[in-house]
Design a protein around this ligand. Structure first.
Ligand SMILES: *Cc1c(COP(=O)(O)O)cnc(C)c1O
Length: 540
């Protein structure tokens, strides 16, 4: 874990910020930074002027000002006790290397502004392709740097990666055919008329990421056509139901454009049954995309990569390097099984992106792009497969440990088990747990709902108060567990990616949550009262 601790930094005007930032990379809840939570509205006071300053100012003055206004109130995403989101700590070497990237200011849209960065990016994409699809050495030798092929596309994140993948799926489905010159030229309306479909749809789990909604909107098929299929008790999409949905759509002459499998859902970290989804996609002849934005990095662990089995059957895969690959934000990738896929969205222009050129911009949604691939390259080279093996395994095993720890607490309830390193849970006083079990046994959903409503209030209180205390942070979300008859409940959500998060920190977080809960006067007393009324039936 030494790469997550920072070597000595020199002392000079700007370098103080840099040094503090470096310290942040190993968690800056220490004394170096004021960690007192300031309400958003008072921070906004520092950013009220709408006029661009008339007079220039000294860099050092600006840096001093920002130290107070910006750095001091930034969120401690790198802290080992910040375990609420997918944004986590960075290795120390990322900061100096990113200066090199910014300084060189290469534009990946075209070779003329990125002579060496373009091959580097193609190599990064090639490595990721190999990680997923494991093709032969000669495959990569022929195709990785080929002007007429793309093994994938680098982009700003999972959202753009998902859009790119489904854009390709749409254009391949509605490709040129005889007189019809393709959707890219003639638009959705005429494309549907030509192919004789009434509409298009995308099938995905109800836990699919909201970026798919944006995608459907942008691609012109509409958000309503993202068909959300319910999940089973393990939060994995129900493939039998999905098949039934597909048949109903077919009966209505609605063509399923793509099936999207999620490998690591945002709320529960669950992995859909990818081989079954691939089989269904083949059966109904549609594109199979896997959204592994968060979970895809698990492929770097030889011990756990089997959890994602079936991913190699996907036509396209989204992976965010800025999630579990410890790269700073702005590093998303979509990888294509078929190296000629991207020709479906190819665009050419005269002054750049000429036909036959190696300009990456001809096959990407984005135009001008920074050399972020360099930081993925750096992490892969410096951390290596061996390093990632340790990091990924460590996260998964820590999550399993934390799940066991939660299960051992009589007043906490593990709501979803960690398949990878994401889990959800909540605080439930012992008496309430017992009473809820009685309610579940009786199938008394109304009583259960009364408990859940009060518990939702309590869970939100714990989460907000803990964040305000500023020692640690977990997030919260809403899910619909089977054992509570799919009632929508609020849960605490933890993502364990920071290698410096220790077991002691996890114990402390639980202890703090218990303490906060026990102090609550709004939800706890009515909860206990309701529980005692269940225990003594005459009170019901
Ligand atoms: C994070 C995430 C996305 C979106 O990625 P961004 O990088 O935030 O654009 C999409 N899908 C899943 C499953 C994710 O976890």
């Amino acid at each position: 874990m030494r790469i997550f601790t920072v070597p000595e930094a020199p002392e000079s005007a700007l370098s103080i910020i840099e040094q503090r930032l470096s310290e942040n990379l190993t968690g800056f809840l220490g004394e170096s930074i004021v960690a007192v939570e300031k309400p958003l509205s008072s921070i906004e006071q520092d950013f009220l002027t709408h006029e661009i300053p008339q007079l220039p100012s000294f860099v050092s003055d600006y840096a001093d000002e920002m130290m107070q206004k910006l750095v001091a109130h930034s969120v401690h995403t790198a802290s080992p006790s910040f375990i609420g989101h997918m944004t986590s700590a960075l290795p120390y070497f990322v900061l100096p290397l990113s200066k090199m990237m910014v300084g060189l200011n290469q534009n990946l849209v075209k070779i003329e502004t990125s002579k060496a960065f373009t091959p580097l990016e193609r190599q990064v994409i090639g490595m990721m392709h190999h990680l997923i699809y494991g093709q032969s050495a000669s495959f990569y030798e022929q195709l990785m740097h080929s002007a007429n092929h793309a093994l994938g596309a680098f982009c700003s994140g999972g959202t753009v990666a998902n859009i790119s993948a489904l854009w390709i799926a749409r254009n391949k489905l509605l490709q040129p055919d005889g007189e019809f010159t393709g959707i890219e030229k003639q638009g959705l309306h005429r494309a549907l008329r030509h192919y004789g479909y009434d509409d298009l749809a995308i099938l995905v789990s109800e836990r699919g990421h909201y970026s798919l909604g944006k995608t459907a909107d942008l691609l012109g098929i509409g958000r309503d056509q993202i068909i959300q299929v319910p999940t089973d008790a393990d939060n994995k999409v129900d493939v039998t139901l999905m098949r039934q949905y597909a048949q109903k759509l077919a009966a209505k002459n609605i063509k399923v454009m793509a099936i999207v499998g999620v490998a690591g859902t945002t709320e529960t970290g669950s992995i859909d049954p990818l081989p079954e989804l691939a089989a269904l996609a083949q059966e109904i002849d549609c594109h199979f995309h896997v959204d592994a934005a968060w979970g895809g990095a698990t492929l770097l662990s030889s011990k756990y990569r089997a959890l994602l089995k079936g991913i190699e059957l996907a036509d396209s895969v989204t992976i965010d390097a800025h999630k579990q690959m410890y790269v700073p934000m702005g590093a998303g990738m979509v990888i294509f099984k078929d190296p000629s896929s991207a020709s479906a969205i190819e665009h050419h222009a005269e002054y750049i992106l000429r036909r036959g050129s190696k300009d990456l911009g001809s096959q990407t949604l984005e135009g001008s792009r920074p050399g972020m691939a360099m930081l993925v390259h750096a992490c892969m080279k410096i951390i290596g497969r061996d390093g990632y093996e340790i990091l990924i395994n460590n996260s998964i095993e820590k999550a399993r440990y934390f799940a066991d720890h939660i299960k051992q607490q009589p007043d906490f309830e593990l709501v979803t088990n960690p398949e990878l390193c994401l889990l959800t849970y909540r605080y439930v006083p012992i008496a309430v747990r017992n009473a809820m079990d009685i309610a579940r046994e009786r199938g008394d959903t109304e009583l259960l709902a009364r408990f859940n409503t009060l518990l939702d209030g309590l869970t939100k209180f714990i989460q907000k108060r803990q964040r305000e205390n500023g020692k640690s942070f977990v997030s919260r979300t809403r899910i619909t567990p089977e054992r509570d008859f799919k009632q929508r409940i609020v849960v605490l959500r933890v993502v364990l990616a920071n290698p410096l998060t220790t077991r002691e920190i996890l114990h402390d977080i639980i202890a703090e949550q218990r303490q906060l809960a026990e102090q609550n006067i709004r939800y706890l007393p009515p909860l206990l009262e309701l529980a005692s009324s269940v225990a003594t039936p005459q009170a019901c």
